[in-house]
Ligand binder design. Structure first.
Ligand code: SF4
Length: 485
């Protein structure tokens, strides 16, 4: 195993990430580049994410690894969703049947008082016995952190006993207000299983991604390149080879520019310095950048021309049909920019956006998707940052009345329907990738519009759990961020 950085700083310190903003995209971009904005506070939070869940999500899907959450059962609840998406991703990518290989130590009052290293040790031994994994990851939670369990020491000692690497991931939720800090912490530990390159693989491209279908393989096979889809549904062996790849790309800078940077710094694996391939212009630019790094420039030009010509007839029809529609995007930071960009490419007007956070500085200076989005979409007039908080977004939507809403997370789609707004739930972040992805989203939007009557029906019969005072148009959506917090 190679040595990772000992720790990685949380995003509020490293990237000056903010959680609150109200203005427009251009202003956020300009002020963000100077790091002028403060993280912000609110006196009331309806919901939120936790960095432990994000860290777990990155290591849970590694096929021949096991995971131990050293946590109470409540923190482990997200595993059920990870298991479902692991199974569907395995099916979509032809990887066979995905099996859950996670154990929760189920920290209770007893361990909170007397310490939990003994049950952690038992869980590690049990994971070895049940799953015979190549690597065991141990994630921590608020309780194990507050109690002060020596997780690192227990992992080291038990590793010697069982002869399998046991890697602890220190991702207690309380350590960062920015849940995406958990991605960086997990990747920092994943780097421990990356080996020194034995032989460069000139046709291999690392793609850091979430779960879902495989759309990068068809895209990159046109350049005669192979895809190393990471980290979910890979084996430890495939992960250990990422130092040998020709280049690294990520589907959004929020996810993986930290590890992309580290791979460039440690192993000279260059990172693709372009926005991810969402919409025509960004796909063309991304393909050219990948081609430059893999010495396939003339092939790329042929592919770009051919693909543009192939999709043009249907794209023109979609642009005509969707051209007068007003769209609102509600998603994670960089992924929201991807979605807004495609919507704009389909001819729609992006009237507003809410992102869950905003990284003012990028790990990789050249990849700033807000900047790219302002260049390609133009200014988005109603741009807010809030850590989900449907109670606020509901008011933005009621005021703007968009024709369509695009959300990235399931529960948030429900709000669109309750308000009578046709909503796209973009669970699979791979679907909109590349040339076919633009067409695919356009077709889905058309299908959602066909269900308008049903959505109208839902909204007429749905009750929202808010008081008349909150629903009143005169009540400020930022009430709890002001003097009342
Ligand atoms: S914030 Fe703490 S207690 Fe809550 S889920 Fe995350 S780790 Fe568990």
């Amino acid at each position: 195993m190679s040595l990772a950085n000992k720790t990685v700083d949380i995003r509020e310190n490293r990237l000056h990430t903010i959680l609150h903003y109200n203005g427009d995209a251009q202003d956020l971009n300009e002020r963000g580049k100077k790091g002028e904005l403060q993280i912000g506070n609110s006196g009331y939070e309806q919901c939120g994410n936790c960095q432990e869940g994000c860290a777990v999500g990155q290591v849970y899907g590694i096929l021949d690894a096991a995971l131990i959450e050293h946590a109470p059962l409540g923190c482990y609840a997200t595993i059920s969703a990870s298991c479902v998406s692991g199974k569907s991703t395995a099916k979509a990518r032809g990887k066979g049947v995905f099996h859950n290989k996670a154990i929760c130590t189920n920290i209770s009052e007893r361990e909170t008082i007397y310490g939990g290293t003994e049950i952690l040790r038992e869980a590690i031994l049990e994971a070895k016995k049940r799953y015979d994994p190549r690597v065991i990851f141990v994630t921590t939670a608020c309780v194990s952190g507050i109690v002060g369990d020596d997780v690192e020491g227990t992992a080291r000692d038990t590793q010697d006993e069982i002869g399998v690497p046991v890697i602890s991931i220190s991702c207690e939720g309380f350590k960062s207000r920015i849940w995406s800090s958990g991605f960086d912490i997990a990747f920092n530990e994943i780097l421990r299983i990356v080996r020194e390159p034995r032989k460069k693989q000139d046709d291999l491209v690392n793609i850091f991604n979430f779960v879902g279908s495989d759309t990068f393989t068809p895209l990159l096979s046109m350049l005669n390149l192979r895809v190393n889809y990471l980290p979910s549904q890979t084996t430890v062996e495939e992960l250990s080879q990422i130092s040998e790849a020709a280049c690294t790309a990520t589907i959004c800078e929020t996810l993986a520019t930290y590890i992309g940077d580290e791979l460039e710094r440690r192993y000279k694996v260059p990172q693709v310095k372009a926005a991810a391939p969402y919409c025509l212009g960004w796909t063309d630019r991304w393909m050219r950048e990948v081609a430059k790094l893999t010495h396939r420039e003339s092939l790329a030009e042929q592919v770009i021309q051919k693909e543009n010509e192939r999709i043009r007839p249907e794209l023109e029809v979609l642009r005509k049909e969707l051209g007068n529609q007003r769209v609102y995007v509600f998603a994670g930071d960089a992924y929201a920019h991807n979605m807004a960009n495609i919507a704009s490419d389909l001819g729609m007007e992006v009237v507003g956006m809410t992102t869950y956070h905003h990284d003012q500085y990028a790990d990789t200076r050249e990849i700033n998707t807000l900047n790219f989005m302002v260049e390609s979409v133009g200014n988005v007039p109603n741009y807010t940052v809030c850590n989900k908080q449907p109670y606020q977004v509901l008011k933005f939507l009621k005021a703007l009345k968009p024709d369509i809403l695009i959300v990235r997370h399931q529960a948030l789609a429900v709000y669109g329907y309750k308000l009578g707004i046709p909503t796209i739930f973009e669970a699979d972040s791979n679907k909109c990738v590349g040339y076919d992805g633009i067409i695919e989203l356009g077709r889905r939007i058309k299908r959602v519009f066909q269900t308008r009557k049903l959505i109208q029906n839902i909204s007429e019969n749905a009750e929202l759990p808010y008081t008349d005072w909150w629903m009143d148009e005169g009540t400020d959506p930022f009430y709890f961020e002001g003097e009342h917090q």
